[in-house]
Design a protein around this ligand. Sequence first.
Ligand code: SF4
Length: 379
Amino acid sequence: MSLSDLLVLGQGKDLASERGVSCSGELPAASDPTLVERAIAARATLGDRALILGHHYQRDEVIRFADITGDSFKLAQAAADQSSAEFIFFCGVHFMAESADILTSATQKVILPDLAAGCSMADMATANQVDQCWKDLEKLGVASRTTPVTYMNSSAAIKSFTGEHGGTICTSSNAQKSLEWAFAKSEKVLFMPDQHLGRNTAVLSLGLSLEDCVLWNPWKPMGGLTEDEIRRAKMILWRGHCSVHGRFSIESIHEVRARIPGVQVIVHPECQYEVVSAADVVGSTERIIQIVSQSAPGSKWAVGTELNLVSRLAANNPDKEVVFLDKTVCYCSTMNRIDLPHLVWSMESIIAGHIVNEIKVDPRVAKYAKLALEQMLAL
Ligand code: SF4
């Protein structure tokens, strides 16, 4: 293969190469000049039968068609409050669409425009690994004194485990409340799957010490911990992380402070403990948007979260200086799987009577997962 064979996506030189591999039927090419018109027409045809939910990390081309935008907490609430739309197009990742399916009625259908839109963090905790961990805690006699608190970014199976064992789901917006609730009813918390959100919230918001936290490695017997370490721990943190937020470093903070005098650093709590500790402000995506948008004209912000969100924040706040915290580009690759061709393809397929990419959670799993999600919404 010569270099000239490597065609650039969206350049219209080889339309066949732009078609997806996982979609049945005709996925429009990204360079199709009628794509926006097709999206507008399909959306109008679906009317009230459809609701499009768009996560803040989605591409601009998708967000412009979203009826509601938000972080995973706001979108879960929107799905739970939505009883009329027949089709919910979830422009986000797989675990969010699962939660929407659990929280909506049996007649509503949740569609994920590209099934390859997963989440590497959610994949870091499998149902078998979590079952094994709980068995180990039972063997040690500490399971009965432990409450599972599971981040939204997890599979429906892990949420189900959480509901079955009296725990709650949390998001970055309500992690502190969730931990306070859990510690009011038990001595220990098993926090899955994001170690950073768990550690940052426990230490920086609840005042626990780093020594109160241990890291459970699901690939090692007994999590790689001694019996004594487990018995003494208050927070048992699952060894998972976000590949996007995990990239931000102390060096990027030093670099941006040297480059932009007076800049304030605001980061997401999925960032590493050292980064969150060194930042000026920490907050969920909703909170980051709120704080930056409400700040005084002329304010300078370096933002440590996903790049689609930061680019829109900069564009929507022209009276402020808003920059990305890292020097290198840092999109969430799975969030970016949802593009306009997939949205158009899924809407047009449904209009043609073919239900595609429906996300359906097994009712046995959904039963307890719903308990854990409802517990979160009730906090
Ligand atoms: S940003 Fe991180 S946690 Fe969110 S979907 Fe992407 S990989 Fe998962």
